[in-house]
Write a protein that binds this ligand. Sequence first.
Ligand SMILES: Cc1cc2nc3c(=O)[nH]c(=O)nc-3n(C[C@H](O)[C@H](O)[C@H](O)COP(=O)(O)OP(=O)(O)OC[C@H]3O[C@@H](n4cnc5c(N)ncnc54)[C@H](O)[C@@H]3O)c2cc1C
Length: 385
Amino acid sequence: MIRDPATLQALVEQIARFVRERLIPSEAEVAETDRVPPGIVAEMRALGLFGLSIPEEFGGLGLTMEEEVAVALEFGRTSPAFRSVFGTNNGIGSQGLIMGGTAEQKQNYLPGMATGEIIGSFALTEPEAGSDAGSLRTSARRVDGGWLLNGTKRFITNAPQASLFTVFARTDPASNNAAGVSAFLVERDAPGLRLGKPDRKMGQKGAQVCDVIMEDCRVPAEALLGGREGQGFKTAMMVLDRGRLHISAVCVAVAERLIDDALHYAMQRKQFGKPIAEFQLIQAMLADSKAEALAGRAMVIEAARKKDEGHDVGTEAACCKLFCSEMVGRVADRAVQIHGGAGYMAEYAVERFYRDVRLFRIYEGTSQIQQLVIARNMIRSAAGR
Ligand SMILES: Cc1cc2nc3c(=O)[nH]c(=O)nc-3n(C[C@H](O)[C@H](O)[C@H](O)COP(=O)(O)OP(=O)(O)OC[C@H]3O[C@@H](n4cnc5c(N)ncnc54)[C@H](O)[C@@H]3O)c2cc1C
């Protein structure tokens, strides 16, 4: 749902200009230094990018899903590391609070998240619990006036910068499944919480990830998200649905950027006396990429509209995440191929994007997990008929 097309158009154009004039020229520096310059982060804050999906009453822009997708289709046209800076505040780092927080919890944290003063991280994965997140072992034990958390969370995006973690922990020690899991809002300076060393990754340099370690980490009673035990896993899954549509839009945008780069290169690179764009085998790679990116764009926009209409889009979100993340992998591979040897060299953006996009098929649910979700929902709905 687009509430006011003119306002959205103005925002989209502003972001497109920011991407073109500020982010794309800084891509190589960010990859080299593994950090996004503070000046760019300040401009992101001024543009309101940290609060895109946070309700207006808490200082955010309160975008609908379709509006968020329209914006992601613009800011996704550059290195995914830039999006990562404000990605957790709009997605997995804030949505649990928006969907399941008490009025007081929302008031405490959302205004700071909307401005980017507070960076939120989502801490679900553990060394022994990835795809099978419901088997997580981090424990939360009730003590006088609060809770004691023990466990390690792995690969947590933005953890080095975060001041607030949504931590998923087992509150029912007798359980071994998702039903015994609750969510906690844990501040960075909670006693007993420490961070591991930043992880060294294949790509997306500039986006920081590390372990979050809790040893008798003490949090107050009010840290329990929504004030209710046993809701944590449900919250995590609701958050992931929205996040999957957001990531899918970013995959489409990266694919469109790569198609532009590959087309531009093919039109100026000459072999056998003519531009390689005139060779039909190159044209096939360009055309397949264009058709697949267009399919991804259409399915994400349609799923976002359906979500705004209030429908359950669990299946559609998983289909979008599966198709778009796999699609951008194929497009990146063709973009490298069209560049020939130059595509293997670090001075061309396609080499970096080829590594960057590999992550999209892994986090927020691997492709195999999306397939399981889709098929499970298909079987359930057929059985219920
Ligand atoms: C850069 C990065 C950032 C991340 N950020 C976050 C974050 O902010 N917060 C967070 O909580 N997590 C985060 N993660 C973790 C990420 O969500 C997990 O890595 C992902 O869910 C997969 O879990 P795993 O790595 O344990 O792999 P595993 O679950 O061990 O999977 C290994 C392989 O087995 C397959 N597999 C597993 N189960 C099945 C099955 N039933 N059927 C078929 N195949 C199966 C998987 O698809 C995969 O191919 C991040 C990861 C990375 C790499």
